[in-house]
Design a protein around this ligand. Sequence first.
Ligand code: ATP
Length: 306
Amino acid sequence: MLQLFMPLNFMGMVYREIKQGLTDIERMMEVLEKNPEVADKPGAKELKVSGGAIRFDHVGFAYDPERVILKDVSFDVPAGKMVAIVGPSGAGKSTVARLLLRFYDVTGGKITIDGQNIRDVSQHSLRSAIGVVPQDTVLFNDTIFYNIKYGRADATDAEVYAAAKLAQIDDFVRALPDGYNTMVGERGLKLSGGEKQRVAIARTILKAPPILLLDEATSALDSHTEREIQDALDRVSKDRTTVVIAHRLSTIIHADSILVLEAGRVAEQGTHGELIAKNGLYASLWARQRQAEKAREELAHALEEA
Ligand code: ATP
């Protein structure tokens, strides 16, 4: 994602995406400047992805040596499977995502993709293999068509429409007076968070990366939009190695495995059913979230009746 030699408009998008999604670029740039080791090794090889199996092997990490953030974190995302990362705020979920993209180097252990240490491969090849669907996509000031096609410059028109269909945005776009030629972005039509996310999903479908990193939106979407986005994400993640940074547990019930982080450590790991049966941290997060959802529904109900 972060290639300093990319065209300016790309940098602009990356800037905004990262700023609003995975991290704060200003702080990241600061760290990169201070951290010259986040650079390609001389003669770094290209990452060769077969299935896209990810392994965090006893990973430790600190942004600042005084304060350790991740401690001895180990987990596997087998090729083609989905692992969701959950945990209280500040547990280190987004940090795991940033390390996978190698915005920072681990301070202990290693991260491998199909057996290759991500420190040993070129950053370009690493980031080309990972499609990121950020929480909040900021679109180019251009047409919807352009914004989707950006996923793969050589895609045909038919492929762009097919990606939009899979991402559940095609009907919406076709109903606009200018259809795919509608200008969007800051100076064009303002799309809702859910619509923007579907454009980002369509872009990722076109890019067809072997690995997907989904940074789930924190904000509650209405249940219809949430279902549509969920369907789109289910399609794009099918048979792809997927890591989901999840804020709402309801969306990751079907993940192959759920990793529960607590204060930078793996507290629990298992399927939804296994973790509920365990009655530990996940079960209490789940119960708390259900309560909050119920309270929200009741409030909405009361407001409707008032
Ligand atoms: P949330 O659910 O609130 O998004 P999270 O689990 O994703 O939280 P992280 O963003 O990974 O948590 O942050 C883990 C810890 O690292 C937090 O205590 C945070 O303050 C700290 N942290 C995050 N980014 C930086 C940074 N750039 N420099 C220093 N500390 C940071």
